[in-house]
Design a protein around this ligand. Structure first.
Ligand code: B3K
Ligand code: ZN
Length: 893
């Protein structure tokens, strides 16, 4: 397979103005009549029309109603004898496809006897021959015809303009989308579905119909998705002045879906996991994810759909921006400042554990990649989460004294972006230019071309900070310098524009005022903008050596090395007014303890007494929120600890982290008991940030108490946990109890798992949790892999259902390092088998699993060699998909 290059972009030789599609839906043979009106692009030299297609049976091609010659070039349909000149002409293509055999879940497929589509990135070509590229935007009219009893609901984008009966028990529905769109936003759904409906009136007074379609029986799990959708509509209008531009907005849930959800114009299709929730079946995490994914897809309506991407290299134009928007939405929904900070910490945790690892591995790529083999491999945390950080930095860099966070400036930039580009397919450059132009004089506008290195350079920058206090002059000079490690194809990097938000504390934890030398401004905190390899900043009127609190709120996606001592970090943990840095100080202290234990081989407790005492103070703090305490008392993950090491022995990392956890569990036992008692039993369930924070802390406390109990042989606590498991009135409390028993390895776990399955055997999403918990369980006797293999034979398991495959296989290979990295290499053998098995069914899912081995080359022996053998075993397969081939060859490179 050949790589596609960003630099090779060329405008299309033809435009498609209108598309009129007629579907005769049949699971085994669906007929698709595609009538298009095209015209030559006057800006491009005359050339044949090359239409993309994949797995289609071509029956007929007509030009202006008459026959025409055509040929195939690989998968492309090539038409050479089209009318000359620039007049529009009609092209009619008749094809068939086989949706029930479509296990890739790209294009038109069948799930639970209903039809669904997924077209992004290049699935539309599996429905009909087309110019399958995002810069070709057309008006769509869609007629669906199907058996009325089997498929009573027929949906497509836009407005329903006509429906009625046909012969033989069939019926039809005709939809017209009033907005032009690229084909990746096309969608259809047909099946036995029911809808929760809600009519809303927007600020401007227009009425809209919101609908959430699910299978009959699931309606009682749609309230939260509907609430989230209404909140999203209101938020985008309030924060960005962006209204809903459709009479009708639909969400449809399917249990067979490759990812989270898809923003098809007016007809979002969702994985059931991100729609269905009620307190009995969904956890707080599920409720939060639903809110954020519903928001994300809705926000795409403007950022992605109204303005779309010129080509797939610009993917972060819509994804990074829309993740930023959904993160802001979730923060605003969380409400109070402390809850907003918790959301920020959670987002940064994902960025640092997953995206930083990607940046350090073989799949590292810039936010705007330069080449790809398979675009589906580039729906990554770099495009999404790092892309969001780049947008967040833009907001920070347009801040002004009157607009400290840059929100107003950023909103102005968005306004200009829509004034300039509404209805167009554009680039990341266009976006950055609009934000900068709307904020002349801002740090962004002054440094725009340098700033855009965030789009072109891969890798996570390292930010070094060194502070020097001058007692005689009562001044403090901070020197910042940056560097960035090499990444595949990019050996050396130029300096980034790094906004560094900072505050200074006195040694006893008082916030100090910041006054830069030569400036009259005195501020509680400030954002320095580093644009060079290194720069110094001097602050005056400082009475004693301060403790710097740098990169507050995680103001840039970098690794900070500020050389702070343990005492300084303890000061920040106790006193920093910035909740992110307060949390971060604790994480760094725990991380340092782990790394020290791993590199120095010292016996004895991993955590110092003073750190344990400091963590106790956080846990017992009268003013901190439960959600914050839960995050602050949670140890860094094994993967994140491993990322700090140049050579990784996953078993030792696991052992050290377990030792830390046991130490926290026993040393703080009385405090955990207090925390459990004080935070459980919250009354009626509500998924809001404050009550979910209380449940989270109660869950952590219960977990710790169980760990301590197993150690001491205490039977009372596990008995109480089992009781909570049985009596819980919501899934969060129930699942936390179940997890505590499984994680601590208590004998009651066995019965609890069996009961859990029995109670929820008809709830697919809960059964996913049941599989995931077992695949992610601690591996005390090398029994997790045999259990995983056994669970693959379970009647409820299916490799074809992506949620199920993820819950079992991914939970084991990607989320349970100590069970996966076995000295006998059996985990790697299992991985290679599953990558190959999945690749034959669904290459996208297989390629995701393939990435579980991304960081194999820094494993210690014997893991490293065994991992290489397993990867080579996959590479040796001749007919791998492009998806898996790309991931595997990069890994071996
Ligand atoms: N845009 C889709 C992702 C499509 C993935 C294609 N492999 C969902 C989202 O980001 O909102
Ligand atoms: Zn998205």
């Amino acid at each position: 397979p050949t790589a596609i290059q960003r630099e090779a972009y060329a405008a299309p030789a033809f435009w498609i103005d209108t598309v009129d599609l007629t579907f005769d839906l049949d699971p085994a043979k669906t007929r698709v009549l595609n009538k298009m009106r095209l015209r030559r692009n006057p800006d491009v030299a005359a050339q044949p029309l090359r239409l993309d297609g994949e797995d289609l049976n071509l029956a007929r091609v007509l030009v202006n109603g008459g026959g025409t010659s055509f040929k195939m070039d690989g998968a492309q349909l090539v038409l050479e004898n089209l009318p000359e000149g620039h007049e529009p002409f009609d092209l009619e293509i008749f094809t068939t496809c086989n949706p029930e055999k479509n296990t890739q879940l790209m294009g038109l497929y069948v799930s639970n006897d209903s039809f669904f589509t997924q077209c992004e990135a290049e699935g539309f070509r599996r429905i009909t021959y087309f110019l399958d590229r995002p810069d070709v935007m057309a008006s769509y009219t869609v007629t669906l015809r199907a058996d009325k009893a089997k498929y009573p609901v027929l949906l497509s984008n836009g407005n329903l303009v006509e429906q009625g009966a046909l012969d033989d028990g069939r019926h039809f529905a005709k939809w017209v989308d009033p907005h032009k769109k690229p084909c990746y936003l096309f969608a259809l759904v047909a099946g036995q579905l029911v809808a929760r409906e809600q009519r809303i009136v927007s600020r401007s007074g227009t009425e809209h119909l919101l609908q959430v379609f699910v299978r009959p029986g699931d309606l009682d799990k749609t309230e939260h998705a509907m609430n989230s959708l209404m909140a999203s509509v209101a938020w985008d209008e309030a924060r960005f002045g962006l209204p809903l531009d459709l009479e009708r907005f639909m969400i449809v849930a399917t249990s067979d879906f490759n990812m989270g959800a898809m923003e098809n114009k007016g007809l979002n299709i969702f994985n059931t996991k991100f729609v269905l929730a009620n307190p009995a079946t969904a956890t707080d995490l599920d409720f939060g994810n639903i809110e954020s994914v519903v928001g994300h897809e809705y926000f795409h309506n403007w950022t992605g759909n109204r303005i779309t991407c010129r080509d797939w290299f610009q993917l972060s134009l819509k994804e990074g921006l829309t993740v930023f928007r959904d993160q802001e939405f979730s923060q605003d929904m969380a409400g109070v400042a402390s809850a907003r900070a918790v959301k920020r910490i959670e987002d940064v945790r994902v960025l640092r554990t997953v995206q930083f690892a990607e940046d350090a591995g073989p799949m590292a790529h810039p936010v705007r990649p330069d080449s790809y083999v398979e675009i589906n491999n580039f729906y990554t945390v770099t495009i999404y989460e790092k892309g969001s950080e780049v947008v967040r930095m833009m907001q920070t860099l347009v801040a002004s004294p009157a607009d400290l966070q840059g929100r107003d400036g950023f909103a102005k930039g968005m306004k200009l972006y829509f004034e300039r580009h509404d209805g167009q397919a554009v680039t990341c450059d266009d976006f950055a230019q609009a934000i900068a132009d709307a904020n002349p004089g801002s740090a962004l506008a002054q440094n725009l071309s340098t700033f855009k290195r965030w789009y072109s350079q891969a890798g996570t920058p390292r930010l070094q900070a060194h502070g020097a206090y001058n007692a005689a002059e009562r001044s403090y000079t901070l020197t910042l310098s940056q560097s960035c490690p090499a990444t595949p194809d990019q050996a050396s990097k130029k300096p980034f524009v790094i906004p560094v938000t900072l505050g200074l504390l006195s040694r006893d934890g008082q916030a100090l005022a910041l006054q830069q030398a030569g400036s009259a401004d005195v501020l509680p905190q400030q954002t320095l903008v580093l644009t060079e390899a290194s720069a110094s900043y001097t602050f005056v009127n400082i009475d004693s050596e301060p403790v710097p609190s740098l990169l507050r709120g995680f103001s840039a996606p970098v690794v900070l090395d500020d050389g702070l001592s343990t005492a300084e970090l303890l000061c920040l943990l106790a006193h920093d007014s910035d909740p992110f840095n307060q949390w971060e100080a604790g994480q760094r202290l725990m991380l340092q303890s782990a790394v020290q234990a791993l590199t120095q081989d010292s016996a004895g407790p991993v955590l110092s007494d003073e750190l344990v005492a400091a963590l106790r103070n956080v846990l017992r703090h009268p003013e901190l929120d439960a959600a914050f305490k839960d995050l602050a008392l949670t140890l860094p993950s094994e993967n994140y600890i491993a990322d700090q090491l140049s050579m990784v022995d996953p078993q030792r990392v696991h052992a050290v982290r377990e030792a830390m956890r046991l130490q926290l569990a026993t040393a703080l036992q009385a405090d955990w008991q207090w925390a459990w008692d004080a935070h459980k039993n919250n009354g009626a369930y509500s998924p809001d940030a404050l009550s979910s924070g209380r449940r989270a802390l109660a869950g952590l406390a219960m977990n710790m108490l169980c760990i301590a109990a197993v150690q001491t042989g205490d039977a009372v606590t596990p008995g109480r946990v089992y009781q909570q498991f049985k009596d819980a009135s919501n899934m969060t409390d129930r699942f936390n109890a179940l997890s505590a028993l499984v994680v601590s390895g208590h004998a009651l776990a066995h019965d609890a798992l069996a009961l859990f399955h029995k109670l929820f055997q008809h709830e697919a999403l809960v059964i996913d949790k049941w599989f995931a918990l077992q695949a992610g369980a601690p591996d005390r006797a090398g029994d997790v892999l045999p259990r995983v293999r056994q669970l693959m034979q379970h009647a409820d398991f299916s490799l074809r259902n992506p949620n199920r495959a993820r819950s079992l296989i991914f939970s084991y290979c990607s989320a349970n390092p100590a069970a996966f990295h076995r000295a006998d290499a059996a985990g790697y053998v299992y991985w290679s088998e599953q990558v190959l098995a999945l690749d034959a069914i669904n290459p996208q899912v297989a390629a995701r699993l393939a990435r579980a081995m991304d960081r194999w080359s820094r494993l210690a022996e014997p893991y490293r060699s065994a991992a290489q053998v397993a990867i080579e075993r996959v590479a040796a397969k001749a007919d791998l998909s492009n998806d898996v081939r790309e991931v595997i060859s990069r890994a071996l490179n």
